[in-house]
Design a binder for this molecule. Sequence first.
Ligand code: 3H9
Length: 715
Amino acid sequence: MTEQATGSTGGSATPLQYRQIGDIAVLIIDNPPVNALSLAVRTAIAEAIRKTDADPSVKAVVLIGSGKTFIAGADIREFNLQTQGPPAASAGRAAYDAVDASKKLCVAALHGTALGGGLEIALCCHYRVALPAVKVGLPEVLLGLIPGAGGTQRLPRLVGAELALDLITQGTHVEGSRAAALGIVDELIPGAGFDELLDGAVRFTRQALEGRRPLRRVRDTHGKIKHVNPEVFAGFRDKNAKKWSGLLAPWKIVDCIEAACNESWDVAYAFELACFLECKESPQRGALSHIFFAEREAAKIPGLAADTRAPPINSVAIVGAGTMGGGIAMAFANSGIPVRQLEMSEEALQRGSAIVSRNYETSVSRGSMSRAKADENLRRIRGTLSYEEIGSADLVIEAVFEDLGVKQDVFRKLDEVMKPGAILATNTSTIDIDKIASATTRPESVVGLHFFSPANVMKLLEVVRGAQSSPQTLTTSMGLAKRIGKVAVLAGNCDGFIGNRILATYAREAEFLLEEGATPWQVDAALKQFGLPMGMFLMRDMAGLDIGWRVRQRREATRPKHLRHSRVADLICEMGRFGQKTGAGYYKYDGREATPDPQIEQLIIDAAAKAGIERKPIADAQIVQRVLIAMVYEAAKILEEGFASRASDIDVTYVYGYGFPRHRGGPMYWAEQQGLAKIRDKALAYHEIHGDHWKPVALLAKAAAAGSWKAALGR
Ligand code: 3H9
């Protein structure tokens, strides 16, 4: 099979350098930034192997990546290119097959990452050597794919079917020492740089040429996949059925590994290809790939010079040791950054420290963190009662009671004690950042860092830009997110920022749906069926209904009275039902167990009658559509008003902060898949029926006409 090097998505002009060291040919992949296996790279590899096969002066081949990495996998952008005619039957396997069939000894030299197709091509080589810091893995599943070049066939041959099931269905990155222990890597080369790796690989290759190592292909190794109990696969499917509901790729991975154990190489390898092509053509793959790139795009701040200085953050202080403050402290400590936590009293400090210790205990007992690591992280968090003691921190995050006056007092104090250049951040989810910044003499250093609860777990970080936040403050904040394992989205300073502003709108529509004929449990079941982790009303019950009630009471005087308003939530609170913590809310509770409550259904029927609304049965599909279009509608307003930079930033916010099913790509991607004209028409129809909550949004009309958000926004 040959491939033509046409239609490449770019990269270096000569994506493969060819060198010869004595009788060893060195193929250096040079396709920055991550040496992705584009068509051009694959073609060059296949061509180079033909050359080495034919060249009698070459006894062996070393395959290595230039720069900081081996190969991060197939070039994901190429999967999005329009396939002309039927999908390529080989799916681009020619380079892999060429390496596998090489007449000369092949050694892969790995550093940085060897992921997806990168690891697969390394597994086609006879041997693999690696620097200890390497990470190897088959993360295709995270993109809605399966390994398509023998990964599901070769990895089980090295590590056994059971471990391969775990590694490939989770897309695990395996570190060097573990990869060596598992036999994925044959030898670790001490060192950290390209030159050390190449020297080590050449030395290893010479030893192999001298016959000190038997020549074998992974595909000819069968020991670990013989006699695998069929129960293993059935049990694995059962165990994960709930987690994989609605997904395609993980099921296919299990099928492929099962085939590897039961079928001949040729049959199972062909089966893998068929499964790969099926996944590649699935809508899930498109959605997951969208989120991959959206996440990376979100890190870039439009209009900010790429060389904006971002001072490093080596120490952090947190004001407040409540649940949120504790979670934030853990997020930093877990990334190796020391934290000082400030409280007003010894008791408050003790309480906070007990919560953090308990959280670490839970991680240890669940096996997600070792005891040593938990102890080390815990030691990084130290309490203090003195503002003076936190003054030298590079960043301080305020996480105190959600009240403007209280927060302004804290910021006045921080302004006095923090060193010049420190970033002053607030974790507020509702308060105007500029009003908080106005309590300081340095509003350019003030920013919102809105973590989501539990802050040590949730991936989203909304970085909220104040009117005067400086480019350095923003760049440092966005960069910091990546360092602590979060995904940052830049939000403007509007009520609720991006995430909670959208939430308020679709929660309102969910509430209206109750008056129109749905029940809380029907709405919840419909949204769960769509893929949200939890229904709207269960979530509200869990969070507690009283906080929202108090906010509504405060805002009652200024509520625009011409807009439709539901009393259902207020009526529930007036009964003293504040959700799970009081044993009753929208549902009634036995501990955490929620059951539908006829009393609430009656309350809704009465409220609707009082508001003059005729209740009618509503189909689940209509519920989902109304809630999702409400999300998209509010998001379009946010974009139009400039409080978010791109539609894809909204998707990232919803996938990482609100559990929007990743394989559906986020609400804005979902809307594009539905057709933006259809969404616009629905929103217009809702305007007709439900009034000015649905006033037409110009950007939605523009995007519907242009066919995409990007075309309408120009980014
Ligand atoms: C596959 O291999 C299928 C095969 O089985 C098929 C066989 C037939 N392609 O993340 P970063 C870009 S599927 C194209 O910010 P980091 C990325 O968009 C693939 N582009 O860096 C960004 O661009 P920009 C399986 C890619 O250091 C830049 O590189 N492999 C690819 O934080 C830097 O990326 C994977 O799923 C790619 N494969 O993390 C691995 N990868 O600068 C996917 C990255 O314009 N990649 N880019 O924004 C990753 O997980 C991370 O990028 C990695 C580096 C850990 C490698």
